[in-house]
Ligand binder design. Sequence first.
Ligand code: ADP
Ligand code: MG
Length: 452
Amino acid sequence: MISFKELSLPSEVLINLTNLGYTHPTPIQEKAIPLIIKGKDIIARAKTGSGKTLSFALPLILKLDENEHFPQALIIAPTRELSEQIAGECRRLAQYKKDIKVITLYGGTSLTQQVISLEKGADIIVGTPGRLLDHFSRETIHLGEIKTLILDEADRMLDMGFADDILKLVSNLPKQRQSLLFSATYPDNIDKLTKVILKNPIEIKIESEKEKIDIKEHVYSVNDKDKSLITTLQHFQPSLAIVFCNTKVKTVEVSTMLNEKGFDVATLNGDLEQYERQEMLLQFANTSLPILVATDLAARGLDIKDVDIVINYDVPMKSEDYTHRIGRTGRANKSGVAVSLCDEYGLKKLSEIKPELKSRPISELRPNKNFYLQGSLQTLCIDGGKKKKIRAGDILGTLCKDIGIENNKIGKINVYATHSYVAIDKSVIKKAFSGLKNGKIKGKKLRVWWLN
Ligand code: ADP
Ligand code: MG
């Protein structure tokens, strides 16, 4: 295994990587980074959770010209949540450079706010095809200086019917540019995009032995999916679980059922308002709600630490969807478990998309009937964020020093532009809530809510 040093990166990049806890490149990073630095167009295929984001973000940031006023890189992704995640990784990787602005453009949020951010200047734009095209049509983004185009999870965007939007955007980018495609799956129809977008692309595929993905896949034949879902949870006793359903309606039904049985559940589907989507995902990632019931909206790219089981409540329609769903676990060399619950129809469907998987009767599982997956933390939302110059340390300070909450009772703190969130142990959450409500953070009196 080589170290990042051997990729001949500037010392400030290496220092930043070390600070972020990255010491050795993953196989895709080792192969892709030097080629991208050289300016090649690339089609990269590597398994889920293998570090594709850094593979494209690191060289892209390296090349940014700090004196350029217009956006230099455009990253297109299929979902809002993935766009946010990629933007976050870009910001971390760009810490060593001065004033690199990364902005996200996606639907469900105010266009006007986005235009204001764009006017202040952006170096990297990350967004979903529809909203990007919207800005382009309104002439609120300047794409004339884009030097790098990245399509993350390109095949998914085709599935979602975004091909035309993407092609329209891309046809308005400078011809002299570098284009990069990343995904874990490339179905045949992807040529439709690649032929038009990339110039003499180099295909990078990581050989399978380097790609050992440590996900144990189980298929159970079941009669009652609701009961079997609980049996599965009570057998595997995970700390964090994602349950995939095929429809939005089903996610709500399954969440309600689990809630009624005493499990703490977050629901994620495209019917929710954008702030609800964010808060659901946040409460799952900070473990307040340790089960996420979602549509395929959550199947692509999302990187949530320590998800130990993915359960297909419904069998997905395509083998690519199966790969991406189960790829939410077993990330970054960790191991994971994937379970598909199949009634008669599900077995038939699965035999079409994954014929190699064999089913076992669900009666083989040994559930612990006393196990209920509940979060030990709950989340508070604070009406202030980066715009009010609030940092995580300020919130921690108020909680520990002013209110007297022990450090080990405080979970993740997320600070966004206008709001912040903090996860707090249930045993002291009342004290924290009233303390924050009546006290001040960084000298400011802020409103506080209790989520759910
Ligand atoms: P992919 O896009 O291939 O599914 P991600 O880019 O989301 O994967 O990365 C998966 C996880 O691996 C992330 O949590 C990321 O921080 C971590 N990661 C990426 N590169 C490295 C590295 N070189 N060393 C350790 N962890 C890494
Ligand atoms: Mg990814």
